[in-house]
Ligand binder design. Sequence first.
Ligand code: ZN
Length: 79
Amino acid sequence: MMVKTRCSHLEEKLYADVHHGLCRQCHSNFVFLLELEEKYGEDALIEYWYAKILTYSSSERNEYDVYCLIDHLGFINRI
Ligand SMILES: [Zn+2]
C-alpha cells in the first residue's frame, strides 16, 4: 500500500513506517546529510548543500531532487 510520507511523497507504508515516515529517496538523502553533519559539522553540510544546488540548477532533470533536499533541510531544523 502506498501512503503519503512526511516529506509529501508516495512510498510503501511498510518502508515509511520504519524510516521516520520518509520515502526511500528522502530517507537516503536525510541519512547522508545527518552523517555529513556528524562527521564534518554544520559548515560542511552547508557547503555540500550549496554545491549541490549550484550543480542541480544547471540540470532540469534533477530539479525534483533539489526540492526534495531543500524540504529536508527544513525537516532537519525542526528536529
Ligand atoms: Zn520524500
